[in-house]
Each structure stands twice: as structure tokens, then as C-alpha cells.
Design a protein around this ligand. Structure first.
Ligand SMILES: [Zn+2]
Length: 367
């Protein structure tokens, strides 16, 4: 085990922090930050992966170095949250850039999880004569990129379940049978809760609902607060009940809804074939492997959420609780015993009179 100096930790912490600026924009890529530090301890370059398909953190950090500081690069230390890539993808390999510059030292947070390339980038740079060390703030970086690591190791979409409930545990004052199609949603929370709810949407790549919720609430599922991206809408509609005129199928933006429907054959861009008997685990594998949805927010309804909980196919829970009692209506799911507080974050808060709780599956919690 390496023991890291205070300055190593502080610089890697900074790299993590700037990596978060790409949140919601880089998926299915991981968030990555890079900090370049001169021999005298001064930060001379910083960069992060800003958008999917665009330059990597190392390239952006290198570009940010002022002309007069370029001569300091050969004795610099580079802090990168993830192992530099060693393959030419949408952009040239970052290892080639670092090899050219040949800084004195490279500190990597987490090595690439892809078994085919693990250590490939760092070994190449060691051979080039650079002092390479890895594992600095590893757990924190794994948490930052939990969606990416779920995709890489479990080969499925990362799942965040979200709902809002009254203090006494109902999601809608109307029972299931009273919820007529097109009657609209009845928000339990106040408008104060909306900005954070929309931020949660912008953090995931997809947003999934069941067909009942689509037909009753006719939700837009877009991000209307802040500057985050709207996620890709996905509707589980096994029997094809969603009419062509449904608002989710007539969106003005390019985000055409993916319909999950029974049947066989090859998936198309907007169709995913799946039978409920196959289980949600398989659906999450298909949404990742065939549609590259790295993470999704499940926003209901009650029965869809309960299926995810029963089949234990979830990674996080985000739940609003409003202060009023409804005494009747559609029952909310029960917060499972297997949920624990998230690491490196607070697990509760409030907006106006509504409170939120955040839990993660125990496999993601603190040891
Ligand atoms: Zn790269």
C-alpha cells in the first residue's frame, strides 16, 4: 500500500472535484479530472472530460498550461483520476500524449477496470521512464464513477429508483383503479422539490417508467430546471399499449422514447425486446449492451418500482417525503433493509417542507 503525502491527496482531491463538472454530459464514459503540478508545487494545468466524444481530461489539462510554463512540464507530476487510455477511440490515446511530454511522475487514482487493458496504459508509461503510482483516493473515485464500474463489471445499466410519498406512505391520493388515463400526475411534493428532482434526472442517462404511469400521468420526463441534459425516456410497454399520439412519442427534441416491448428479433434504436418473465436484470443488461444506457432513473409508478425492489435490481434510492398524510390512495414502495447511507455524501436533506432521503445498495456503502 502506498501512503500518500498531503499534497498528493490534495491534488487528487482537486482532480476528482473538476471531474464532477462533466457529470451528466460524459456518460457512458466515466468522469475524469487531471491536475498538472510543477516541481515547486504550483498547479500549472487542469482539465476534465467535458463532453462525450470530446477531448479527455489529460488533453484538456495539457491545453490549459500557459506558454511560459511549458518548460516546467518535464519535471511535473500529473494527477489523473483514472488510468490514461491506451487505445485510439474517438480521440487519440492519452498515453501517447503523456509519453511525448514525459513528465517526472504520474499519479493515477484507479486503474482501468477493463480486463483487456488493465494496467496497459500505466505499464507503457513506466517503460517510458515515468514514475507511475496508482491507487490514490481509489474508493472515492470508484464512488464517483459507480455507474461506469457497474457497466464494466455487471454489464448492465446502473439503476436509481426514485419516488415521492406522503408522510403516511402514499404516492397518489387516488387508488390504482381511480387513476384514469390522461388525468395527469398529482405531485405529492411542493414546487420547492422540483429543482433537485430535475438535477437527479440530469445525472442519469435514461429515465424509465411503466406504461400505466405513462398513460395516467403523461409526464414529459424532461429537465426543466438548471442546465442539465434531459435523459433518454424509456417506457416498459410489453403489450404495446402506448398510442402513437402519446406525448412521449411526439417529443420535439431528438430524444425518441425507447419502448420496451415483448417480441423477438433485433433491437432497433427505439425498441428493446423483453418479456417480463425474463426479469429486470436481463432488461438492464439489454439497455446497457444494446442501447448504451449507462444509468437510469426509475420514476414509477408504484408497481414498476416494486418490481425492481422485489427482483433486487437496483443500486440507489432517492425518496421524497412530503409533510402531509393522505390516509388512502396508491401505496408507495417500502424502503428496503438492504439500503445504507451513501459514502462521501449526506443521506438526507430538505427543500421547503419536503424531505429527501438517499440510500445505496449495501454493496456500494461504506465498509
Ligand atoms: Zn484518454
Amino acid at each position: 500500500m502506498n501512503s500518500w503525502s498531503k499534497s498528493d491527496v490534495a491534488h487528487m482531491q482537486r482532480a476528482i472535484e473538476i471531474g464532477y463538472l462533466g457529470e451528466g454530459f460524459v456518460a457512458p464514459n466515466p468522469m475524469v479530472g487531471c491536475v498538472i503540478v510543477a516541481e515547486d508545487g504550483r498547479i500549472i494545468g487542469e482539465g476534465w472530460h467535458e463532453r462525450f466524444g470530446e477531448a479527455h481530461a489529460e488533453v484538456n489539462a495539457h491545453r490549459s498550461v500557459q506558454r511560459e510554463d511549458l518548460q516546467l512540464l518535464s519535471k511535473s507530476t500529473w494527477y489523473v483520476t483514472l488510468e490514461p487510455c491506451n487505445h485510439v477511440g474517438k480521440t487519440p490515446a492519452c498515453t501517447a500524449l503523456i509519453e511525448d511530454i514525459k513528465p517526472k511522475r504520474l499519479v493515477i487514482g484507479v486503474l482501468d477496470s477493463n480486463p483487456d487493458v488493465i494496467g496497459g496504459g500505466s505499464n507503457r508509461l513506466k517503460h517510458a521512464g515515468i514514475l507511475v503510482e496508482s491507487g490514490c483516493l481509489m474508493d472515492q473515485i470508484r464512488w464517483q464513477n459507480r455507474r461506469f464500474f457497474c457497466n464494466a463489471t455487471m454489464r448492465r445499466s446502473y439503476v436509481v429508483l426514485k419516488w415521492a410519498q406522503s408522510r403516511d406512505g402514499f404516492m397518489d391520493p387516488r387508488a390504482a383503479a381511480e387513476r384514469t388515463y390522461g388525468s395527469g400526475g398529482r405531485p405529492i411534493t411542493s414546487p420547492d422539490a422540483a429543482p433537485l428532482s430535475h438535477q437527479w434526472r440530469s445525472q442519469e442517462m435514461g429515465i424509465l417508467i411503466g406504461v400505466e404511469t405513462a398513460l395516467v400521468d403523461e409526464p414529459a420526463l424532461t429537465v426543466r430546471y438548471g442546465n442539465g441534459k434531459s435523459p433518454q425516456p424509456i417506457v416498459i410497454d410489453p403489450n404495446g399499449r402506448l398510442p402513437k399520439s402519446h406525448p412521449l412519442l411526439m417529443r420535439p427534441d431528438s430524444k425518441q422514447t425507447i419502448r420496451v416491448t415483448t417480441g423477438t428479433g433485433l433491437a432497433t434504436e427505439n425498441t428493446c425486446f423483453w418479456n417480463p418473465e425474463e426479469g429486470l436484470q436481463l432488461l438492464m443488461e439489454r439497455l446497457w449492451q444494446q442501447h448504451e444506457i449507462s444509468s437510469l432513473l426509475v420514476e414509477g409508478g408504484s408497481s414498476t418500482l416494486k418490481h425492481f425492489l422485489q427482483e433486487s435490481v437496483w443500486d440507489e434510492l432517492k425518496v421524497w417525503t412530503a409533510p402531509q398524510d393522505l390516509k388512502r390512495g396508491l401505496e408507495a414502495p417500502i424502503w428496503p433493509d438492504s439500503a445504507v447511507a451513501p459514502p462521501y455524501a449526506t443521506n438526507f436533506g430538505s427543500a421547503g417542507s419536503d424531505r429527501w432521503s438517499w440510500g445505496v445498495h449495501h454493496r456500494l456503502g461504506n465498509e
